[in-house]
Design a protein. Structure first.
Length: 330
């Protein structure tokens, strides 16, 4: 008798897992259970997509396991199996104790915050889910996004801020005799009396967008003749290349008011921006889903609600592996 005949075919109402993410959690709980393994093999051979999905999720988890050790939670075998199967079968968005071993490799990353070296360099650092408003000695104001850091220097007529990490919205009190300058990844932003946003969240890229007034850009984008950006203009610099485009000035820095406004962003880009506002990391499982483009307004003060809105629009699901790890997948 073949394995297929022994365990039977899957149906949409089966209590057994229906995708790679859930199978990973169940198999981690019961690696030696012959029936579970047989059911898994049936699922994997049921569609050409399943082997590819399985390879992708196991590769992702393998990378996470190399970041920090996995902590195993000892639980009785029968209790574990019953709990995991019931939770997967009764509610597709829930998992059992298997999630602890799955997510342990990222829990430390979620709560340790910026590394010690960054803290030593910074004057102000924000953690996960933290938005902080800083009033400088000259009356200028900085709103720091979650997981961001700045260092400032106000002496001998200098007004300088270094964005060491993350994103910040600047409202500057203009003083022609003492320019206000922001440094971020080799880019120099000098205020000409304005409200502007500097974003260095994406690796290797820095973006400046102006809500009010005007800024002068130098450094990596222009060593000789500064580039002027006015209200409703945005410049992105990456790998020695720059891109300038027109944006709605009213949408610049809306994250500081708890709103994320996106136009033709990839799902992975939206999730990357939502993640710092959530209790722990959010992962996108599936290259096709990650690359799909969306347009919309998402509420940062309710990141889980925003994620559900994103998932609904893409026919995807949200799995809360633990309070500290969320997975978006189909």
């Amino acid at each position: 008798m073949t394995v297929h005949e022994d365990v039977g075919a899957f149906s949409p109402d089966s209590e057994w897992p229906q995708d790679a993410t859930e199978w990973l959690m169940l198999l981690r709980e019961e690696p030696d259970d012959a029936e579970i393994r047989a059911r898994f093999e049936v699922w994997r051979s049921a569609s050409p997509d399943h082997p590819r999905d399985w390879e992708e999720i196991t590769h992702t988890m393998g990378v996470l396991r190399r970041v920090t050790p996995v902590v195993e939670v000892p639980v009785g075998r029968q209790v574990r199996r019953r709990s995991v199967i019931q939770r997967i079968g009764l509610g597709r968005g829930r998992v059992g104790l298997a999630a602890f071993s799955l997510a342990a490799s990222v829990v430390l990353l979620a709560f340790l915050g910026p590394d010690i070296a960054l803290r030593l360099r910074a004057d102000s650092v924000t953690g996960r889910q933290e938005v902080r408003t800083i009033v400088l000695v000259d009356g200028s104001q900085i709103v720091l996004a979650p997981q961001s850091a700045i260092a400032s220097r106000f002496e001998n007529g200098r007004r300088e801020v270094r964005l060491l990490k993350g994103e910040a919205l600047f409202t500057v009190r203009h003083d022609a005799a003492h320019p206000f300058t922001v440094f971020a990844r080799g880019l120099t932003v000098t205020d000409v009396g304005t409200v502007f946003d500097v974003d260095a969240q994406d690796a290797g890229r820095v973006t400046v967008a102006v809500r009010e007034g005007q800024v002068s850009l130098g450094g990596i984008v222009s060593e000789h003749s500064p580039i002027l950006l006015g209200a409703g203009e945005e410049l992105s610099a990456r790998d020695g290349t720059t891109e300038t485009r027109t944006v709605a000035s009213t949408e610049v820095g809306t994250w500081a008011q708890g709103k994320l406004v996106v136009h033709d962003w990839s799902v992975s880009a939206v999730v990357a921006r939502l993640s710092p506002y959530a209790p722990g990391p959010i992962m996108v499982y599936g290259k096709t889903l990650a690359a799909e483009c969306v347009t919309g307004i998402y509420t940062l003060t309710d990141p889980q609600g925003a994620l559900r809105t994103l998932a609904d629009g893409q026919n995807a699901r949200v799995v809360h592996a633990t309070p500290w790890l969320t997975i978006l997948h189909r």
